[in-house]
Design a protein. Structure first.
Length: 349
């Protein structure tokens, strides 16, 4: 809409410096231009809020997915609120104030230099939406990070539990564990013996032959223990089926972690581009209104103005690039046959 209606009317105005399409078309152009830019911002907030609910309240969100009426109502409310923010002021400002301040051959809103109105409108149009989008996307990122940590903790717990159960079932593992226990016991006895070497030397004469024979027979009754290498290799007692299951779980966790990082990256890109496209115009508009256009160069103001339209052009491309669900929706609308032929690409995204 911006490319079909707003830009074609604005280009001659910029090139010639004079509005040649009449007063009525000027007001219509202003209403449509402000409406499209504001609705673009509010739609970004609505999309971020929708994604926030889908992540933080997944069960309730899925239960309401088939409620088309509620979704349509939210989208209609976005356009209504966007119109109410600037539309009535553009249409009726000169009638309320009693006169028009716009010179002949010019086309801009009556409140163009009203600092108080622009500050209030900018708060509702940019600052509040920007903070809201940052809050929603940051909450999504933190929720994803928390779930990823929980998944990894559960995976390690299941992995350790499976290993313990397998060790308890396997005869070879039992023998290996028994050997390790005997070796630990012998190490402890050797340590105690070295500590008491002095007392042992002093009481050597009191030991008789029977004690020596008893000690020798006790050591011979110990099971023939495996060496340290066999203790270290006790994990090899796991069955191939169990190892394959663990490898599969590990691959799944790595895939989910990679997907979560990709989602967080796409959210950061969306918020960043929104701020880059809107912040310069909002700040320059407020400053320009305060000094009545004397302290801001026309070049920089025009550059910031075009950034708004660039944002409207980028958004329809940015969302499908960053999210597979938007991409499938666009393919379904534009190329329904292609969607039927191609397999579901959720795992690839």
């Amino acid at each position: 809409l911006a490319g079909a209606f707003c830009i074609p009317l604005y280009v001659p105005y910029v090139l010639t410096g004079r509005w040649i399409f009449g007063r009525s078309l000027c007001k219509l152009w202003l209403v449509v231009d402000y409406l499209l830019c504001t609705s673009s911002v509010f739609n970004i907030v609505l999309i971020s809020y929708d994604r926030f609910l889908s992540v933080t309240r997944a069960v309730a969100y899925r239960a309401q997915q088939g409620n088309t009426r509620q979704a349509v109502l939210k989208m209609v409310m976005v356009w209504v609120l966007a119109f109410l923010l600037y539309g009535p002021a553009i249409i009726s400002w000169e009638y309320i104030s009693g006169r028009s301040i716009i010179p002949a051959g010019q086309c801009y809103a009556e409140f163009f230099y009203n600092w108080y109105f622009l500050m209030t409108a900018s708060t509702l149009e940019f600052f509040t939406p920007f903070i809201s989008v940052m809050f929603f996307n940051l909450s999504i990122y933190l929720n994803i990070q928390k779930r990823t940590k929980m998944r990894l903790d559960v995976f390690h717990e299941v992995h350790n539990q499976s290993f313990t159960e397998e060790m308890e079932r396997s005869p070879e593992a039992k023998l290996s564990l028994k050997c390790c226990k005997w070796e630990q016991k012998e190490s402890a006895e050797t340590l105690d013996l070295s500590k008491c070497k002095t007392q042992a030397a002093a009481s050597t004469s009191s030991l008789d032959a029977k004690d020596l024979i008893a000690t020798s027979s006790e050591s011979s009754r110990k099971p023939k223990c495996c060496n340290k290498k066999s203790c270290k290799n006790s994990a090899s007692a796991l069955s191939s089926e169990k190892r394959m299951k663990i490898m599969s779980q590990s691959t799944t966790q790595r895939f989910r972690l990679s997907r979560d990082k990709k989602v967080a990256k796409s959210l950061a890109i969306i918020v960043g581009i929104f701020g880059i496209c809107w912040a310069p115009y909002t700040l320059l508009m407020i400053i320009r209104a305060g000094c009545h256009g004397q302290c801001i160069s026309e070049f920089w103001y025009e550059t910031s103005f075009w950034l708004l339209w660039i944002n409207s052009a980028v958004n329809p491309v940015l969302y499908p690039l960053c999210h597979s669900s938007f991409r499938r929706a666009f393919i379904k609308l534009l190329c329904p046959k292609k969607l039927k032929i191609q397999p579901h690409d959720a795992l690839q995204n």
